[in-house]
Design a protein around this ligand. Sequence first.
Ligand SMILES: [Zn+2]
Length: 238
Amino acid sequence: MKLDILAIGAHPDDVELSCSGTIAKEVHNGKKVGILDLTRGELGTRGTPEIRDQEAKNAAKILGVATRENLGFRDGFFLNDEKHQLEIIKILRKYRPEIVLCNAIDDRHIDHGKGSKLTSDACFLSGLRKIETTYNGASQEAWRPKHVYHYIQWKNLTPDFVVDISGHMDQKMKSVEAYESQFYDAGSKEPSTPISSKNFLDSIQYRAADLGRIIGVQYAEGFTVERSVAVDSIFNLI
Ligand SMILES: [Zn+2]
């Protein structure tokens, strides 16, 4: 199966919080989208890895993605080294995505910046044919995604471009709320965390509304890039 977009996150829910509106929109447009989680989020204060596996499945269903995989790296302790790069390269060569969406380049959680650089490095290395990999016993061809865009999560980074997600905000919030163990729930007996407050859940909505305001639409999501964004016509911008 070839994907148009592969969205990669250090933890299940990173993708939903940061770029699920863009995913919902592109799925609606007929694009094939997949999600790759690097860890099972097993160090998360609330919930368990098993609960989060199920929540991730539910969120994937809500977004209508074609596939979701988890590499089972160690939450908090995975490294940007050859071993981890090769595992991501195998997935990139398996799905051959045109676009990769990945973690914020700088964020509160140390896995986010680390996951961002690891993914970006793997995307580059995946294009080098002399790095040999096999999947299910078969050797794989080199593949480099055309674009790597970094989404924005906890910190208010300044986006390099924003995507209009008006019409897909409800689906975005539903995919976030699929992580019942993680986010605001007045009845939960679990310890509170920075992301379990009502303000955090509200911030998903008000940030999208604010980014939308800036470009004159209802809701938007922001991304940063590693090189200039190229357009074939300056008339194609909103
Ligand atoms: Zn995370």
